[in-house]
Design a protein around this ligand. Structure first.
Ligand SMILES: C[S@@+](CC[C@H](N)C(=O)[O-])C[C@H]1O[C@@H](n2cnc3c(N)ncnc32)[C@H](O)[C@@H]1O
Length: 239
């Protein structure tokens, strides 16, 4: 019997394949997202942004920013005297985000890997990640990089799809596992939406994610289930 090398908790799909897949779905990402979230996604996003405690003039980094839906919300909250940086490995997703930059230049995007954020230590008041953590090859490193990016006292907030229990949760799971891949297929993105289901199945439960966040050096770690536990919002603070 051979010993398998220790693998950190993280997405098993090869990072290059993940990036290529997001490049390919970029054009359809936002409308499909609205449908598969049952049009709940803007509500979840508002909870994420409000959990950061950001206000006018502050600075935020949005990791795995995609087409910039969260980054735009953050930019509205911090206003023209604040600053928001969105980073993502997919140039295709960020190209969509860049098409919708606000008139004032306080929101910018950078193609970069969440495993190695190209930012100085303690630069931001808050770091967010929405539906991105599940895609990273090492969740602990993802949280550690977000922790590094924020100042002492700064907030790290993570919104992610969860696997709810209970009756309503089971209905949600059935929708997610049976209907979502069909919707993806109809939209010509079958592989991507089968990957979505696999990556959600592999994502650890909330208490395990909280432990990973603590191991990454965050304190006051807490989580809130939203919409019958369909998604979970985790928060932590850099000490
Ligand atoms: C489901 S999308 C979420 C986009 C956006 N945050 C949202 O809420 O709509 C996941 C994003 O994670 C990005 N991603 C995957 N692996 C990454 C990595 N290692 N570093 C940075 N971004 C990554 C993908 O390119 C994709 O844009």
């Amino acid at each position: 019997m051979t010993d398998l090398p220790d693998r950190p908790a993280g997405n098993a799909a090869p990072p290059d394949e993940v990036r290529t897949m997001f490049d390919q779905i970029a054009a359809r990402y936002e409308p499909l997202n609205a449908v598969i979230s049952g049009f709940q996604e803007p509500r979840w996003r508002r909870r994420l942004v409000s959990a950061t405690g950001l206000g006018p003039g502050m600075r935020a980094i949005d990791v795995a920013s995609g087409t910039g839906v969260v980054a735009r919300d953050l930019a509205r909250v911090v206003g023209p005297n604040g600053h928001v940086l969105g980073v993502d490995v997919s140039a295709g997703m960020l190209a969509r985000a860049r098409n919708r930059l606000p008139a004032v230049g306080h929101l910018e995007y950078l193609v970069a890997d969440a495993m190695e954020l190209p930012v100085e230590d303690a630069t931001y008041d808050a770091a967010t990640i929405a539906f991105g953590m599940r895609n990273l090859p090492d969740y602990g490193r993802g949280f550690a990089e977000m922790r590094r990016a924020v100042r002492p006292g700064g907030i790290v907030a993570c919104l992610e799809i969860a696997r709810p229990s209970g009756v309503i949760g089971r209905v949600g799971r059935a929708w997610f596992e049976a209907v979502v891949p069909r919707i993806g297929q109809l939209a010509g993105q079958g592989d991507a939406y089968r990957y979505l289901v696999r990556s959600v199945r592999a994502y650890p439960p909330p208490e395990q994610i909280a432990a990973i966040m603590r191991d990454a050096g965050l304190v006051d770690v807490a989580w809130t289930p939203l919409t019958f536990g369909m998604v979970t919002l985790h928060t932590g603070r850099r000490p």
